[in-house]
Design a protein around this ligand. Sequence first.
Ligand SMILES: *[C@@H]1O[C@H](CO)[C@@H](O)[C@H](O)[C@H]1NC(C)=O
Ligand SMILES: *[C@@H]1O[C@H](CO)[C@@H](O)[C@H](O)[C@H]1NC(C)=O
Ligand SMILES: *[C@@H]1O[C@H](CO)[C@@H](O)[C@H](O)[C@H]1NC(C)=O
Ligand SMILES: *[C@@H]1O[C@H](CO)[C@@H](O)[C@H](O)[C@H]1NC(C)=O
Length: 389
Amino acid sequence: MKFSLTCISLFLVSVTASSDLSFTLEKNSHYKPNAKRAVLRANAKYSSKPFATNHDNSSNTMSALKTGSVSVVDHLYDIEYYGTVKVGNPPQKFKVNFDTGSSDFWIASTICSTCKSHTRYNATESTTYKKDGRRWEIQYGDGSHANGILGRDTINLGGIMIKNQTFGLAKLQSQSFAADPVDGLLGLGFNKITTVKGVQTPMDNMISKKLIKSPIFGVHLGKAIKNGGGEFLFGGYNKKKFKGSLVTIPVDNSAGFWGVDVDSIKMGTKKVHGSFKGILDTGTTLLVFPDSIARKLAKAYKASDNMDGTFTISCDASKLKPLMFSMNGKTFKVPSDSLIFERNDTYCVAGFGYSHLDFSIIGDTFLKNNYVVYNQKVPNVRIAASIDQ
Ligand SMILES: *[C@@H]1O[C@H](CO)[C@@H](O)[C@H](O)[C@H]1NC(C)=O
Ligand SMILES: *[C@@H]1O[C@H](CO)[C@@H](O)[C@H](O)[C@H]1NC(C)=O
Ligand SMILES: *[C@@H]1O[C@H](CO)[C@@H](O)[C@H](O)[C@H]1NC(C)=O
Ligand SMILES: *[C@@H]1O[C@H](CO)[C@@H](O)[C@H](O)[C@H]1NC(C)=O
């Protein structure tokens, strides 16, 4: 399709996070499918460590209602976030990308010959594995894809045991996944967009089986410049990970996503664009706007179009004003440090890009600066400035 970020992975070899920190970026083919994945899927649809301050201590006794925390690794330079999920009995451990922009849960499996660089789930070794046998397939417009069969097993999500969870055992993974550190994806979108109709997501099951005390999950995505990390807290949220109070924003899930209305975006105090629709997507690295909005934003920030969905922006963060999002009468900030996504001494790629979609993808550039509590039941989100902002 249209939204290609291939070039970044080819030329940004050395990344300097701050004057005294230098990372070497491996040729990262994930970056492309990561951003692209959500865009393409979206396009198709439209056209462990608990820090919980609200922990339920009685959780291990009579009450089944509790919270489960999964710490995530901030891969390279805030490119993606992944945490560990255990599947089966005895438990097999997998690295998964927790993705609010999709709804399928799938992992590499031993029936997959193209998944050799990953940990593969071996159904034969799990006493709790149940065969389902239906086929699943995720197809991305850039040619990347994964497919396999569905199965069911117990999954352990931060200590919460979800029995009989349906998931995809990958039988085939296209090459773009091979270089990716994750063994699979765990979708946290709504079940309307599971690729096999009627499959209940892990969140659905945790709610219906009353395994969590609230139908919510709180997400902290760290920033590499602030020691990275992050946390997905299922059933609660972590007050230590945000500043001030949470602001409620209505969610439109009619398309299966965490859809929000943005009233306006501003560069500092200067309005750049009025209202538009966006989806909150932990699985997309950048802010991805429709061309019309992106063009205005690029003009305001004096960023130049790289003709591949990305922009080159000034490397001097002190000259960049923060990008402000107004939602439901409140303002949320993306500070200037996050408007520069990748850099070398002379060349910087912006934290925002564009696609030909008619809605915006509010990805990690925003979400690593703002703590979000996703409530699947209402549905709504509550947002506050992250401690890392
Ligand atoms: C920075 O990246 C640009 C674009 O790839 C390249 O032309 C330039 O030589 C790089 N500069 C340094 C110092 O690595
Ligand atoms: C519950 O957990 C909190 C946080 O770990 C702790 O401070 C508190 O003492 C615990 N309360 C009970 C009743 O165990
Ligand atoms: C899966 O587990 C079974 C039983 O332990 C074993 O015989 C088989 O070799 C394993 N498969 C792979 C591909 O590791
Ligand atoms: C497990 O899930 C399947 C598919 O949703 C369902 O048909 C089956 O009844 C469930 N089994 C148990 C024991 O809950």
